[in-house]
Design a protein around this ligand. Structure first.
Ligand SMILES: Nc1nc2c(c(=O)[nH]1)N[C@H]1C(S)=C(S)[C@@H](COP(=O)(O)OP(=O)(O)OC[C@H]3O[C@@H](n4cnc5c(N)ncnc54)[C@H](O)[C@@H]3O)O[C@H]1N2
Ligand code: MOO
Ligand SMILES: [Mg+2]
Length: 604
């Protein structure tokens, strides 16, 4: 079936000024993608300006392939709400009943639906529907009309055969769902149908929304961990902060007799203590019951030793003050207080804080399996064979998982063989929740991953992403099993692991959503870079010059050249080329994902 292109136009001053605030547009895109397997989507954001709305709508109406446009926002009663006024003059025919259907359904949820003034109609061969601006409303409105859309398009197209077929379906002989289903790429068929990927190229933000919507959390840190209270005080006894002498702060008289030695690990000592006596004590040792301060060894002089060579008299050079160099009981953490002052999902933080209060519990981490696919692959260590290449992806991904605090339970190398691929996936998913594969997701007649997933009844949420490298990145799921099919080119696998698989695993592990993706910083480009047709994620090393971070692109960026990850501190996010702009210039500032903790390679 031919792809249908949908337009999603977010109309909002706020979202225009800060795209990250646009929740409704991406939500709509993701719903379209989930509902229509043959959908392509163009999306844009404009402010609440009549002329700008019309100019964007006109461009899409004039594009033959754009068949349905949803607008979101600007339908209310506020002075800046002009979406219906901008839309109406462009319509050849209005479809008021479509809007009535939407309004009736929305009124069942909230009477506020009565305050939306959206219109629906046909412009050329394009159906336009105005939806309100809220994410929830958009989802509901889309749900109301989605099943009507294929038939509406057939009617607009005057496609008699399909119209008749839909009428038959309405009478109960076939489902509309079946009609709009498109099978994934059929390898080796050799006819026209297998020459284009049926998978729309989704924007990264949409793929992220889908991933966070689909991946289930295997641990619920909020409940299990964040509310944990301490069963002990830290320190559990009054502890010395210094190596020195524990004594009474009262009756200071210059020198004191050393009456005992307390080391870390000794039980607190109840022995009576006079004002002219002291105990030699080590850092971390419990203060004798009758002492109330410690004088560090640097502020004392040894006066004499006894016949065994032990210290017997010391001169105290500073005045002892109550509580000097003493950590009171519960100073760092009080019993029954929360162990976690703030939520921090780092396994380092969680495990070590739990250990500090005596809780020995390893956090359940999502179980991950890695699979390298490809008949051309040789394991490192094997002798070279003509036509074969060494498998770098399995090692790279295993090291990355370890670097980010996760383990992988198994690594297997598959040949390009459909039954073997299916068998291995089934076996792996008996043991793990995540399988990350590399290779076999593009258009070759040996690229079996998507077919295997379909045949195993996985839902393929994403088969292509609008990015370079990493275009064929595939994400699929079934029940709580999640599958990432990273592209085989090693750099594509590297980039897509960081951008998609890692955030998904962190999410499953219970991390806060905003913490799941890599941290983003702003960097200035050190050199010009020609922009690609796809948004590009460029490996670059970072130099700090007078506090400003500069990114230097790491040589040839072809996705097979793994050397570009050497010295890669960040992935610089470069936008796609446009008619106005074909290069990113030196000195311009771009966002960049931080790949490693030590992300500044040079200081100048
Ligand atoms: N007709 C089209 N061909 C390709 C397209 C396309 O859109 N149309 N996309 C290209 C893009 S972009 C990428 S990225 C690759 C992705 O390919 P696959 O995921 O199918 O991966 P393979 O074909 O199996 O391998 C690609 C390449 O990578 C090497 N490779 C694979 N696994 C490993 C490994 N474990 N270690 C090292 N190197 C590996 C493999 O030998 C190939 O050279 O498809 C393009 N094609
Ligand atoms: O997207 Mo591919 O990953 O360009 O090489
Ligand atoms: Mg391939």
């Amino acid at each position: 079936m031919d792809p249908i292109t949908f337009g999603v136009l977010t109309i909002s001053d706020t979202c225009y000024n800060d795209r990250s605030k646009d929740r409704s547009g991406p939500r709509l895109v993701s719903q379209i993608m989930q509902a229509f397997r043959n959908a392509q989507v163009v999306a844009s954001v404009v402010p609440d300006e009549n002329s700008l709305i019309q100019s964007e709508l006109r461009q899409w109406i004039n594009r033959e392939e754009v068949r349905i446009i949803f607008t979101t926002g600007g339908t209310g009663l506020a002075p800046r709400d002009v979406t219906p006024e901008a839309t109406k003059p462009l319509l050849d025919k209005e479809c008021p009943q479509l809007m009535t259907a939407i309004t009736l359904a929305s009124l069942k949820k909230t009477t506020f639906a009565a305050l939306s003034r959206g219109v629906c109609g046909i412009a050329g061969n394009t159906l336009i529907l105005n939806f309100p601006g809220s994410e929830k409303a958009v989802a509901e409105c889309f749900g109301t009309v989605k099943d009507l859309l294929p038939h509406a398009l057939h009617l607009i197209n005057d496609d008699v055969a399909l119209v008749q077929r839909t009428h038959a379906q309405v009478q109960g002989t076939e489902t509309v769902e079946a009609q709009i289903h498109v099978c994934p790429h059929q390898t080796g068929v050799g006819d026209g149908r297998d020459r284009h990927s049926p998978f729309p190229m989704l924007p990264i933000s949409v793929v992220m929304d889908i991933i966070f919507g689909v991946v289930q959390r295997t641990t619920c840190l909020e409940d299990d961990i964040w509310k944990t209270t301490s069963p002990v005080n830290i320190p559990p006894f009054r502890a010395s902060i210094k190596d020195g002498y524990a004594m009474k702060s009262t009756g200071f008289s210059g020198s004191k007799r050393v009456v005992g030695f307390v080391a870390a690990g000794d039980a607190p000592c109840a022995q009576p203590l006079q004002e002219d006596e002291c105990f030699k004590i080590n850092t971390g040792a419990p203060l004798p019951d009758q002492a109330d301060c410690v004088v560090q060894v640097e502020d004392t002089l040894l006066v004499s030793r006894d016949k065994h060579g032990e210290e017997s008299l010391v001169e105290i050079m500073v005045e002892p003050k109550p509580e000097l160099d003493v950590r009171p009981i519960g100073h760092d953490l009080r019993i029954h207080d929360s162990i976690f002052p703030i939520t921090d999902s780092s396994p380092v933080v969680i495990q070590s804080l739990l250990s500090s209060v005596g809780i020995s519990k390893s956090l359940p981490k999502p179980k991950v399996a890695l699979v390298s696919t490809g008949s051309e692959l040789l394991a490192p260590g094997e002798l070279p064979v003509p036509g074969k290449v060494y498998d770098s992806n399995a090692t790279m991904l295993e090291e990355l998982l370890l670097y980010f605090g996760f383990n992988c339970v198994r690594t297997v190398v598959l040949s390009d063989n459909l039954p073997e691929t299916k068998r291995s996936l089934v076996q792996l998913f008996e043991k793990v929740e995540f399988v990350i594969s590399t290779g076999g997701v593009s258009m070759g007649d040996k690229d079996f991953i998507k077919t295997a997933l379909e045949e195993l009844n996985f839902k393929i949420h994403c088969g292509r992403v609008n990015m370079k490298p990493g275009k064929p990145m595939t994400f699929a799921s079934k029940d709580n099993m999640c599958f990432f099919g990273l592209p085989g080119n090693p750099v594509s696998a590297f980039v897509t692991f960081h951008l998609f698989a890692l955030p998904a695993i962190r999410w499953a592990a219970g991390w806060e959503r905003t913490k799941c993706p890599l941290a983003t910083i702003q960097v200035k480009l050190s050199q010009d870079h020609i922009l690609d047709r796809r948004p590009e994620y460029v490996r670059a090393s970072v130099t700090s010059k007078n506090g400003q971070l500069y990114a230097s692109v790491n040589g040839n960026q072809i996705s097979s050249r793994l050397q570009s990850i050497a010295g890669a501190d960040v992935l610089v996010h470069l936008p796609a080329r446009s008619s106005e702009c074909f290069k990113a210039s030196a000195g311009e500032s771009y966002p960049a994902s931080v790949l490693r903790y030590d992300f500044i390679s040079k200081y100048e």
